[in-house]
Design a binder for this molecule. Structure first.
Ligand SMILES: [Zn+2]
Ligand SMILES: [Zn+2]
Length: 825
């Protein structure tokens, strides 16, 4: 070993073990640096509870180096000592073959004086520094565990809670750090001798796997009737599978909460689930047994398959390949199915019984947060589920399935939750310079003075997330839901408290939306901390800047349903020039009246009528009534009987500006066009109309001729007018043009109009970067066309990759803006 050997000693004793590659037949002798060196590596990132220390131990042993590896409050520290050449090989390989769940966000290397150590050790944790390590997201069952799960000779054969260092629950079971068994909900189970041995053996693949368990010592499953009484079954999973096959609805407790499961190929069964769950129209996620089955249902690209099979195991949205296999009411009116693969041993055991695709939808009642407590599940779902497949491992942090789509080879979250949260997003603050140009430095104690204030950003109102910004790390919570529901708001409060505790985070200031009636805003104002209000669309663009570490100036295109504008109007399609923590509005969709308040987002005829009124002027009523009679002979109620009398009343209301605020919402324009094309009359769930419009366009080529639009400049503001497009749609409908063609043309028109406006602003300001964000960019046709059009003009295009473009990403943008503003003060 390395101990006190002289340099020559190494060559003679261990020269044959030096990993010097000499190609066959090579005649030159490669010189090897055998000087003994010692090196320290400080690592940050996801390095605890993921098998990182055994990995380093194996690597150091392979290169015959001495030293140690230990966890600390930053992450991990490694010291290695040995001949320089081997030490360099170690350093090169260190990041090359990390364990599946490990991620290194920062590695600092330092040379030390050799100590003459002779062996490599895994040292007990030291708590020397002031930061907490990253918490690891929950991970899908790994291939090694699956092999054991189905090996009759393995001691964990068919054990529904098999896991290892590379897989299993993490975030959902952690009460507090350090990540040690007593701090998880596995504390209730004492490991048997066998498990305990695995847990303490650095060579074992279950070394320090906190949820380690087996059938002798770990959690168990049981099957219960809606009454709560256990079903008399020795094989609860087999019985549940038989019930599912026969058409039953079974509530299945998973990692982050309960799912409702049923056969996805039987219309009557899916309809029954919809009736019982009061979940009108919203597409249901489908769990498929394997990738082959997924390929039969959807047209998957390589990135889709990679996302499906990833350790995060999200729901992947992908275009339907066949409408015939699954029941029509699984995802009515959608271009996509949302598919996922089994990610817990219980799922795998269910599918091992030969089941086909299953609907696996979060078992929350409409609008309520996720159901995750056993008593709560039995109470709330007694009328919905025919049976409950439960287990006795407590869920501490309820967490939804994540939803992603792939674009240009990358999985982009629409809902960021299980498998992703709470992994920090590392922000690159450019040059780490304050607005004064002052570059912050590291103080002598090694503490980072670039941290800036600790900021809690509380997000928006729907699809809420919160963000803790601590130095360069932005920790986004999982998707929390719609805060207007009291139960969800309580969940939001609890989630903030628990996340702050887990991250040992005490906010010094708070960032929120400008909307005075958002519950999150009111909460922020009650905290007694400095409050930074951030305009909604500015926060959207800032979320992209934060992800890409671009302080601007950038031209941002923010498109969504609604956000509180600084002029009292409801914004929703904005071109902003953003720089550090500031923005300036340079262009927007021309305002139109949103008559009917909240109903305007529900009943798509309202924005349609408003836009037709703008487009046709005083003659609009007969034309609109004719269209309604033609496209909507029987409108679902409401709005029943959309006759000229109703339209006259609407006209008067708009003219008098009674309950008809002005808006630049692109989401409402999508709603309007979906109505005009006869695709959607009521948004039963958010963006139903827009999704129907995207689905209608799916059969058309990716590039189609646009409809006319206008850009008008006045008072230094560019305004995009869609009235010409609306007129063109009405004319085309009179000529009996087909809805899919018009839907595709409308997408093209929006992409061109946005591009046009943003490029004009960029050209005038001399800005070469354009950032896209806002919920409308979850529409892949719009995203792809806008990006393509902009890139064709040679600009640099940025879009969200790690957080949702919708309101789920707002908290990150708020935190970014607040940091710049607070540093400027
Ligand atoms: Zn495993
Ligand atoms: Zn055991």
């Amino acid at each position: 070993m390395c101990k006190s050997a002289s340099a020559t000693g190494y060559t003679t004793q261990q020269g044959d073990r030096d990993p010097v590659r000499v190609s066959p037949g090579a005649e030159t002798v490669v010189s090897v640096d055998v000087t003994v060196r010692r090196c320290r590596f400080d690592l940050r990132g996801q390095v605890q509870g993921v098998g990182f220390r055994p990995y380093v131990y194996r690597l150091a042993s392979r290169w015959d180096l001495a030293g140690y590896v230990a966890n600390n409050m930053n992450g991990a520290v490694i010291e290695v000592e040995g001949p320089a050449a081997r030490l360099e090989s170690f350093a090169r390989e260190l990041l090359a073959h990390l364990p599946p769940l490990a991620r290194v966000s920062e590695l600092v290397r330092q040379d030390l004086a050799p100590l003459g150590e002779s062996e490599f050790r895994i040292r007990a944790s030291d708590a020397e520094s002031n930061r907490r390590p990253e918490v690891v997201p929950d991970a899908a069952t790994c291939a090694d565990c699956l092999r054991e799960l189905f090996s009759p000779q393995d001691r964990r054969y068919r054990y529904p809670f098999i896991n290892c260092t590379n897989c299993g629950p993490r975030y959902s079971i952690i009460r507090d750090l350090p990540y040690d068994r007593p701090q998880t909900t596995m504390a209730a189970f004492t490991m048997c001798t066998h498990c305990d041995h695995e847990y303490h053996d650095p060579r074992d693949r279950r070394f320090h796997a906190q949820p380690n368990a087996c059938s002798a010592c770990g959690p168990t499953v049981s099957l219960r009737a809606p009454s709560g009484q256990p079903f008399p079954s020795d094989e609860p999973i087999r019985t549940a599978a038989e019930m599912l096959r026969a058409g039953a609805i079974v509530a299945v407790k998973g990692i982050g909460g309960y799912h409702l499961a049923c056969r996805a190929d039987r219309e009557a069964t899916v309809q029954r689930l919809r009736r019982r769950k009061l979940r009108d129209g919203k597409p249901l996620a489908v769990m498929v047994p394997d990738l082959d089955c997924a390929r039969r249902l959807c047209r998957l690209c390589a990135a889709d398959e990679e996302a499906l099979a990833s350790v995060a195991a999200p729901i992947v949205l992908a275009p339907k390949a066949s409408e015939k296999v699954l029941a029509p009411s699984v995802a009515p009116g959608c271009r996509d199915f949302g598919l996922m693969l089994p990610y817990t041993p219980v799922h795998h055991l269910l599918f091992a019984e030969g089941l086909g695709p299953l609907v696996m939808t979060s078992a929350n009642l409409a609008g309520q947060p996720l159901t995750y407590r056993d008593e709560q599940a039995l109470a709330e779902l007694a009328d919905v589920a025919d049976a409950f497949l439960v287990h006795n491992r407590e869920i501490f942090r309820p967490i939804d399935d994540s939803v992603v789509f792939t674009y240009r080879g990358q999985a982009i979250p629409i809902r960021r939750a299980r498998g992703y949260a709470p992994r920090p997003i590392r922000l690159a603050f450019p040059a780490l310079a304050g607005p004064t140009g002052r570059v912050h430095s590291t103080d002598p104690a090694g503490r980072d003075s670039t941290r800036g204030p600790r900021i809690l950003a509380v997000g928006g109102e729907l699809k809420s997330t919160v963000c803790l910004l601590d130095g360069p790390d932005a920790i986004l919570s999982e998707h929390l839901g719609d805060l207007t529901r009291p139960e969800t708001f309580r969940h939001f409060l609890r989630a903030i408290e628990r996340l702050c505790q887990l991250c040992d985070f005490t906010p010094e200031s708070v960032a929120c939306d400008l909307h005075p009636r958002y519950l999150a805003t009111r909460y922020a104002q009650r905290l007694g901390l400095p409050v930074v209000g951030v305009q909604h669309h500015h926060a959207h663009i800032a979320s992209v800047m934060a992800e890409w570490g671009d302080a601007g100036p950038v031209v941002g295109i923010a498109c969504d349903g609604t956000g509180y504008g600084t002029d009292g109007a409801i914004w929703g399609c904005e071109v902003l020039v953003c720089y550090q923590g500031d923005f300036e509005r340079s262009a927007h969709l021309a305002y139109f009246p949103l008559a009917g308040g909240d109903l305007a987002a529900l009943e798509t005829w309202r924005p349609a009528a408003a836009l037709v009124r703008e487009a046709l002027g005083s003659e609009w009523i007969p034309a609109f009534a004719r269209l309604v009679a033609g496209r909507w002979p029987a409108l679902p109620s409401p709005p029943d009987g959309l006759d000229p009398k109703v339209l006259c009343r609407f006209d008067r209301q708009v003219a008098a500006a009674v309950n008809a605020p002005l808006t630049s919402s692109l989401g409402r324009v999508f709603d309007a066009v979906a109505f005009l094309l006869g695709l959607c009359a009521i948004n039963r769930h958010e963006a139903e109309a827009a999704m129907a419009l995207e689905a209608a366009a799916a059969s058309e080529p990716p590039v189609v001729p646009p409809l006319p639009y206008e850009l008008v400049e006045a008072d230094g503001m560019l305004r995009v007018h869609v009235a010409p497009a609306i007129r063109a749609i009405l004319d085309a409908l009179d000529r009996a043009a087909a809805a899919p063609q018009l839907a595709a043309q409308f997408h093209e028109t929006v992409a061109r109009a946005l591009t046009d406006a943003a490029l004009q602003v960029a050209r005038r300001r001399g800005i070469a970067t354009i950032a896209l964000s806002g919920g409308c960019f979850a529409n892949r046709r719009l995203l792809a066309r806008t990006v393509d059009l902009l890139e064709a003009k040679g600009v640099n295009v940025l879009y969200n990759r790690n957080v949702p473009a919708g309101d789920g990403g707002l908290s990150l943008g708020q935190a970014w803006v607040a940091r710049w503003r607070l540093l400027a003060d």
